[in-house]
Every structure is written in C-alpha cells, then in structure tokens.
Ligand binder design. Structure first.
Ligand code: F6R
Length: 613
C-alpha cells in the first residue's frame, strides 16, 4: 500500500526521506520517488520503479540539497507500476509537487476537463489531476494552502496528501480524507507521514490528522484546520514505540522477529488490562457502561484476513461463556448485506492497522445503524480507534512483516480479556472461574516461549521434508478450526504454496477427493472435547496415503503413532489452545517460505495495510 514521507526543517531532507521510505517498505510497494526544493527554489524530482535501493542509486552522486521535500512509495491502483506513474507528480510547470495515497474516483472526468483546458499529463495516475487542479487555482493571488483547499473541493474519493511548491519553499500542505496521515513534531523540523514508523527515529510526538483536516507544516510550526475550514487544535500524542522496535534486531526477517516477539506482545496486552488478584479486566477506552453491557442481545465480529480468523475464535469464546448469539462477518461482505442491528447490538471491528478500508466501512455502516461499536486495534490514533464507540488496544507493537503474526495472537488475547470482562459484568463468570481463566492467561506467554524454544528445530526439519509439495491441507475442529484457516493462509501468503484450511469433519464432504500421497495434511490434534473425532479424521487421511503433520499435546503418545511428524504443544485450558497452536503453524510457513527463497516480509501482490476497497 502507498506510503508518504515529508520533511521541512533545517536538515538536508533527501537522506531523511530515503530512510523514511525504507521504513515504509513493509507496506508493500512497486515504485518510489522523492522531490526536493533546492535553496535556489528549484524542484529536483527522482522516481523509479522497484525498490528504494534503485531510487538511492538514481540519486547517488547528485546529493540534492534542500530542506523541504516529499517522498512516496506507490502500490499501483491507476496505471501500471512504472517510472512515469511513480510519485511525486507535478503540474505542467513542474513547480507544484504532489504525493497522494488513496483513490480519486472522478479523476477521469477531471483529467478530460483539465486536458481540454491545455494541461499536459505525463502519467496514467489519478493523482496527477491534483497537481494540475492546484496549478489552476494558484494564480498569484492565493497561497498554496488556499489553492489546495479549492482543488480538494473538486475531488471525490479518498486522499492523504502532501503538496509542496517552489513558490513557497519551507512549507508542506497536508490534507486527509479516508486515508491516514500524521504529522511528526521534531526538534529541528516537522514531518509528514502516512504512518508512524517512517519518522520514529526523529520524533515520538505525533498529530493524527482527522478526516477533513488540512495542515500547513513549516519548520517551526504546524497549523491545522478542520473540515469546516476553521483553525483547530489537534493535541499531539506521544507514541511509546521506539525506532529499534521497528527494526529487525538481528533476525533475518521481520516476520521471524515478530513471531518471537509474541511472548512479550501477549504479556503486554494482558498486563495492560487484567487485574491479577480478581480476574477482572479494566478496558480504559472501551467506553461501554455495565448497564449497556448487560443489555447486549447480539454481537457481530468483523475483520479481514487474519483478523477475521481472530473473530472466528472470538465467536466460540463469547457464545460459550456469555451465551450471546454472535455472528462473524468478513468486512467486505458485511458492508453489503443487511443484518438486523439495533442499539442492543455490539459490533466489534478487529484490525491490526485500524485503517483497513473494508473493515472501516463496515464499522461506519454498523454505527450509522445504531449499534454500539468497538474496535480491537493495534495502532493508536488510527482511524478506527477514533471512529469506534470504544477501543480495546492490543499491545503488539509495530508489525512490519506483511503476514500478520503477533497482531493475531494479541487479538486472540484481547478476545480472552473481553470474554472475562463481559462475562463478569453479565454474571456469567463467578470469581473462581474468572480467576482460573486469568491465571491460565497469565501463563500463556511462557508457553509460547516454550514452543519457540523447543519446537523450532523440529519444525525446520518438517519444512525441509515438505517444502517442494504443491498443495497442503490444514484440518482443525471446533475452536481450532479457525487456526486451520490461519495456518493455511500463512503458508499461501508467504510461500505461494496452495493451502486449504478445513473443519476436519467436513473433509469427507468433498476435499477428501484431493488427498493422496503428494498432499501433506497438517492436523490440529491437541487435547480437546473433539480429540477422539480428530483421531478418526487422521485415520481417514492416512488411509489415503497422505503424510500427517500433527500438532499434539505434550505427553500424547497416541497421535505420535498415527502421524509422520509431530509438533508438541504444552497443556493449557482448551480455550487457549488456538493461541498456542498458531505459533508452530507460523513457523512452518516461515521455514517453508525461506527454503523456497520467497520474499517473506513483502510477499508478492500483498500490502500490509489495505486502505482501498
Ligand atoms: C494476513 C494479513 C491480512 C490482514 C488483513 C487485515 O497475514 O496480514 O490478512 O490480516 O489485511 O488487516 P488489518 O488487521 O490491518 O485490518
């Protein structure tokens, strides 16, 4: 997904921008570029297809001087990935420069009108129309900020925007609508970025722009005006992530680092809210009064991809402990159906980034229809956290690898906490049960560490045996069925091997036709209420010559007799097995992708934050 970085201040801007763009690489991109205003008020622009390293080579030797600049990583939506379509884009004179995330929906009509009026276009992008619209407005009598404001009135769609002009060096104009944008406040200058890690080495103080906001950023000042055009105060927030947290710390890939960070991520998510002595949970930002909690008649859980799988686990927990009917929806589907929703419905959007367009739209739809809405989110200040009625924060820290790992297990942790919270308030969990659950929850991080310490080498060997296979099947039942889906998703995302997740009992209704000696079958067979059933499913698979890779509880000798390969999971309460079972499946996907030489942190065609529908 596209990324934006901008800087204006007393330092040389090109180095800051290149570093910032590198820190945005995780979002996924196909081209990159920067534009710098020189001391002579000239614009130098560099753009190219491919990696930031290509851009660095392009700039090498030129050392463009200048203290104000904007840069961009592009993930193509309009026009193929190419040098010409890479941002920044300019007007006819080359003096007005625009970087943009989002989609301008009426760009074709605008482009036609601007072309007939004599504007020359040099790219296929929707973004370029913005530069020409600003050019039309900037007639010597109005400021760049005013020209941008007038141009924006003609746009339909979404944007996070950075605009600079050689006529006003030392100034960046920013604007946001339905696409995230932040301003970093530094000692010797200020920053513009689409997300926090881009400028973390320089500041931890951020203004999170709201929809409709426009800002004028100068070296020593930031002025924000709201959707109504009036100047407004946006309080800066201090972000606790440090830059080192956002780097690889010696791991070969961000994904592996993040798999190993799960012990800490789960611990911090738990400790952020759990009162150990009572098993009670305090969600500071959930904002739902006990009286309203007691009235909930129905819950919807909404997310995309991995977050959707977390919702599926959440449904088991909430229905089991609270006896409230709970539906799970893929966000892009929820938007376009009309389930009955009222003020006694709780709709929860689950999202690592808090910016996923489909989830955000579903959240808006739910709140417009009168539900109480809440977000389970990892990114402070993100759009969902600002728009939802309440928020439960996961404390996974920045997740850079495109494939979600620690965010997922932190989302599961949030569901455990939510179950405790709602269960206690609704009188469905007495103190004894709440304490039993919370004690087991507190021990989960160490069990995650135990799996990482004891099973990684075994999993590596398993990956060696099977990495050349073309198809995998993942089976699980009951609360571990979503983990079969998640295991399969991880493998396909990063290794490009076709993998299907299935409820084990459903296998005989179709997918069993695919099974032969060439299809390894990963079976989640840890102890549970469906353990015996899963053993029968393993027998069905073995009878078709498939190799079984089983996840089994430590000390289980039955499964080891049935499976070719076995990964052991420490004992825990059944409700926590999804979280523990996830970890080895992440490692299996990781080691397989590594053996295949895949681009693990930035898999092809994928983006970290999907901010378009
Ligand atoms: C899978 C993955 C995606 C995301 C999905 C939602 O590994 O990362 O499926 O889970 O795009 O993203 P968020 O959680 O940011 O809403």
């Amino acid at each position: 997904m596209c990324g934006i970085v901008g800087y204006t201040g007393s330092r040389q801007s090109s180095r800051i921008l290149l570093e910032g763009l590198k820190r945005l690489e995780y979002r996924g991109y196909d081209s990159a570029g920067i534009a710098v205003i020189s001391p002579e008020k000239k614009i130098s622009r560099y753009r190219c297809r491919g990696r930031i390293a290509n851009l660095e080579r392009l700039i090498e030797g030129e050392h463009p001087e200048g203290n104000t600049a904007v840069g961009h990583t592009r993930w193509a939506t309009h026009g193929r990935p190419s040098d010409e379509n890479a941002h920044p884009h300019t007007d006819c004179s080359g003096q007005i420069v625009v970087v943009h995330n989002g989609i301008i929906e009426n760009y074709l009509r605008l482009k036609k009108e601007l072309s007939s009026a004599g504007h020359r276009f040099t790219s296929d992008t929707d973004t370029e129309v913005i530069a020409h619209l600003v050019e039309d407005e900037l007639n010597g009598e109005v400021s760049l900020a005013e020209a941008v404001r007038s141009a924006l009135k003609k746009l339909q769609g979404s944007y996070a925007l950075g605009v600079i002009s050689s006529s006003e060096p030392g100034r960046i104009i920013a604007a946001r609508k339905d696409s995230p944008l932040i301003i970093g406040l530094g000692e010797d200058g200020n920053f513009l970025a689409s997300d926090v890690p881009a400028v973390l080495p320089y500041t931890r103080e951020f203004i999170f722009l709201e929809d409709g906001d426009k800002a004028v950023i100068e070296s020593g000042s930031v002025t924000v005006s709201g959707a109504d055009g009036a100047e407004t105060e946006r309080k800066p927030l201090t972000v606790s992530w440090d830059p080192v947290m956002a780097e690889k710390q010696g791991y070969r890939h961000f994904m592996l680092k993040e798999i190993y960070e799960q012990q800490r991520a789960i611990q911090e998510t738990v400790m952020g809210s759990l009162v150990r002595d009572t098993g009670k949970v305090i969600f500071e930002d959930f904002n739902m009064e006990p009286a309203a909690i007691r009235k909930i008649k129905k819950i919807f859980l909404i997310g995309c991809g991995t977050a959707y799988h977390a919702c599926l686990v959440g449904k088991f927990l909430l229905e089991d402990f609270l006896k409230i009917p709970c539906e799970v929806d893929i966000a892009s589907e929820f938007r376009y159906r009309q389930p009955p929703i009222d003020s006694e419905t709780l709709v929860m959007a689950v999202s690592q980034s808090g910016e996923t367009a489909d989830t955000l739209a579903a959240l808006r739809e739910a709140s417009s229809r009168g539900a109480f809405t809440a977000a389970v989110c990892n990114v402070l200040g993100s759009t969902m956290t600002r728009e939802a009625g309440g928020v439960i924060y996961t404390h996974a820290g920045p997740e850079i690898g495109v494939a979600s790992t620690k965010a997922f297990t932190s989302q599961l942790t949030a569901f455990y906490l939510l179950t405790l919270h709602l269960g206690i308030i609704r009188g469905m969990l007495d103190e004894k049960k709440a304490l039993e659950i919370s004690e087991a929850l507190i021990h989960l991080p160490n069990k995650v560490k135990h799996i990482l310490d004891t099973q990684n080498e075994t999993i590596k060997e398993i990956a060696h045996r099977y990495f050349k296979k073309k198809n995998f099947l993942y089976l699980g039942r009951n609360i571990n069925y979503p983990i079969a889906l998640e295991g399969a998703l991880k493998l396909k995302e990063i290794s490009y091997i076709h993998a299907e997740g299935y409820p084990a009992g459903e296998m005989k209704h179709g997918p069993i036709a695919l099974i032969d000696g060439e299809v390894p079958v990963v079976v989640i067979a840890t102890r549970s209420c469906v353990y015996e059933k899963v053993l029968s499913n393993i027998e069905e698979v073995r009878a078709r010559d498939a190799s079984v890779i089983a996840l089994a509880s430590e000390g289980d000798s039955t499964v080891s007799e049935l499976a070719e390969d076995i990964i052991y999971i420490p004992e825990t309460m059944e409700i926590f097995t999804p979280l523990l079972n996830t970890v080895p499946l992440q490692l299996l996907a990781y080691h397989t992708a590594r053996l295949l030489g895949c681009d693990i942190d930035q898999p092809r065609n994928l983006a970290k934050s999907v901010t378009v529908e």
